[in-house]
Design a protein around this ligand. Sequence first.
Ligand SMILES: [Zn+2]
Length: 114
Amino acid sequence: MRRNTFLTAPIKGVEVKRSPVNQISQKRRKLMRERRAMLDETFGPKEEWQCSIPPMGITYWGECYGEVNGHELRKRSAGGSITDPENVVLLCNHHNQMVENRPIEARALGLVVR
Ligand SMILES: [Zn+2]
């Protein structure tokens, strides 16, 4: 991109003042706030969150490990909502990784919806 290189190249003796780049869009920030509120309302305080796997009786995926977070049954990329409580279950890091690594099993268990 020769043109951009030219436009952004520093010029000796000229101080360029730029405002910081917005890493997260306002829209995305608002969505994440809504998600946070939904998770608080649906599951209570984060310190009390429990992984959904043990109550499902799934022992062959091993024991829980790591932080518990919300997992979307239908991914955003598949049109799933991250603010719909019906689309979110709680998973520990280990079981979230199992869902990623074993998509066929995860789908059979209802943890992945397409
Ligand atoms: Zn777990």
